[in-house]
Ligand binder design. Structure first.
Ligand code: HEM
Length: 506
């Protein structure tokens, strides 16, 4: 090396490096800021009403505190329905800086958007990673929590369960027997009031146990079933996790709403595991013809964990939704004696003094109208999330980036004056009589398109049988003020207050 080069090196070594260093830091900061800002805006849906709060709270947390206020007051669904009336059919709830930790949430009640998501772009609007992760510890890889081939295979096998023959030979007998148990239980009750919501949950749990896995759960006989409390807690978490920042960390630490989540999930899985083990040793009995029995006999080598997922998915599908729908229906009937009288007349004219039969069930057109009407006002699945696997523009012009949680809001749709007219909030079963069939995308209470509810017919059979039998044999009266009956804030629309009634046999 020449002496000149050595001199240059030593000069450079002595130069002040601070400005260069500062420049480097500034460029790095600018690049990071640009990425952060780009991320901030790229996650942001546009073209619909923007819901946030003013000031610093809005900047940091967006609409989250407001959402939590409604959730804690059990007013999440009615609050949202009001927001829609005031702000528009499609709402983007901003979460301020928390946007980095939570998926963006868009909620729509526009039937054109619903059709686009559930039918036109079915393959793009999937359950997605957010829903799958939130539901993983409860639903695993069961039908509610998966997409693509895994979903299609389960749907194909499960749909074999609902043939006309199975309904007549097996399903109807289970429904009839458990409905008789409900009437006997009410007749024998020594208590001044009965929580009908609790009784109906036990009815649907025992029915799905027998139809779904050939298991006699026996909760109508023994109300202390370990299942009930843990199930409700798990369902509540499924809803709350969408608006709970860092819920996974909270679960890991066992804090806040996630305090007991591991305990509940373990209890549910353990109980379901026992059902699977019992069922696997009795496949050559009638239990082999149950939902889960069909999966076990299908030739595919399913793991025990997957069968546990199936049990839990079918219990959620078959228990909660139907018990809730019947309870809200009875809640409305109790406030409308003229509707009760018309059901009673219809039941008398179809069955007289004879027991209710499967073939005649279809003549209960008014009772069916009452059930449809109450599901309009109290849909068991009030909001259903989808997630676009690529950026999408909905028919109303809303742009939704990939990964946004887009909910369609059945609860708000049922109360929308745009869809139902000025009397949307009125309970009026007559609107269903002699009317054109309703567009399923305007009334998506059973979902619609390729993922339409598989148990719609079973639900209708159960609900008509129970409501008709109860009205025939029992006079129910609310034992609490109407506004003391509160909805739950969970994935499905339960009653956090229960439904306390005076019961008088007719
Ligand atoms: C009033 C009662 C019911 C209502 C309102 C209802 C509503 C719904 C809704 C909204 C969905 C779509 C959920 C989603 O996006 O994942 C659904 C799916 C489903 N329901 Fe129901 N349901 C009821 C009763 C039942 C019953 C009794 C069963 C019987 C087991 C059942 C089985 C299913 C299944 C298996 C699916 C998943 C379908 C799929 O993803 O392909 N449902 N139901």
């Amino acid at each position: 090396m020449s002496s000149a080069t050595c001199a240059l090196r030593s000069q450079m070594g002595q130069m002040d490096k601070t400005p260069l260093f500062g420049l480097g830091i500034s460029i790095a900061c600018m690049v990071v800021s640009a990425i952060v800002v780009k991320q901030y805006f790229s996650k942001m849906p546009t073209g619909c009403a923007f819901v946030t709060q003013p000031g610093l709270v809005g900047l940091l947390l967006g609409a989250l505190p407001e959402m939590w206020k409604y959730i804690l007051r059990y007013e999440a669904h009615s609050g949202l329905a009001e927001y829609h009336e005031q702000e528009g059919d499609t709402l983007y709830f901003d979460f301020g800086l928390l946007r980095y930790f939570m998926p963006a949430v868009v909620i729509t009640r526009d039937p054109r958007n619903v059709k686009y998501m559930l039918k036109t772009k079915f393959d793009s609007f999937v359950k997605g990673v957010t829903f799958h992760t939130i539901g993983l510890d409860l639903l695993g890889d069961g039908i509610f929590n998966v997409d693509g081939d895994l979903w299609f295979k389960q749907r194909k096998t499960a749909s074999q369960m609902f043939t006309a023959n199975r309904f007549k030979q097996h399903i109807w007998k289970v429904v009839r027997k458990n409905c008789d148990k409900v009437i006997s239980l009410l007749r024998a009750s020594q208590e001044p009031t009965v929580d009908i919501f609790n009784v109906l949950n036990r009815f649907t749990l025992d029915s799905i146990g027998e139809i779904g896995f050939g298991t006699d759960i026996g909760s109508l006989e023994n109300p202390e079933s370990p299942f009930l409390g843990s199930f409700d807690a798990a369902q509540r978490l499924m809803f709350i996790r969408f608006v709970l920042p860092c819920w996974r960390l909270l679960r890991f630490l066992g804090l806040g709403p996630e305090r007991h989540s591991r305990h509940h999930m373990q209890k549910l899985r353990e109980y379901s595991r026992q059902i699977v083990v019992r069922l696997s040793s009795s496949l050559d009995t009638p239990a082999g013809d149950s939902f889960v029995g069909l999966f076990m006999k299908s030739g595919s080598n399913y793991s025990v964990e997957f069968l546990v997922d199936l049990v839990l998915n079918f219990i959620i599908a078959g228990r909660d939704t139907t018990a809730q729908a019947m309870s809200w229906c009875l809640f409305l009937i109790m406030q409308h004696p003229e509707v009760e009288e018309r059901i009673l007349q219809e039941v008398q004219s179809v069955f007289g003094d004879q027991p209710i039969t499967y073939d005649q069930l279809f003549q209960l057109t008014y009772t069916e109208a009452v059930l449809r009407e109450s599901l309009r006002l109290y849909p068991s699945v009030p909001m259903d999330p989808k997630c676009p696997s690529e950026p999408e523009t909905l028919p109303d012009g809303t742009f939704v980036p990939r990964g946004t949680s887009v909910f369609y809001n059945s609860y708000a749709m049922g109360r929308s004056t745009n869809i139902w007219g000025a009397d949307a909030l009125e309970f009026r079963p007559d609107r269903w009589l002699n009317a054109e069939p309703k567009d399923p995308y305007e009334y998506p209470v059973f979902h619609a398109g390729p993922r339409e509810c598989l148990g719609k017919r079973l639900a209708m059979v159960e609900m008509k049988t129970v409501v008709a039998s109860l009205i025939k044999h029992v006079k129910l009266r609310l034992a609490v003020p109407v506004d003391a009956v509160l909805p739950d804030t969970a994935a499905t629309l339960g009653m956090s207050s229960g439904l306390r009634c005076y019961v008088e046999m007719r």
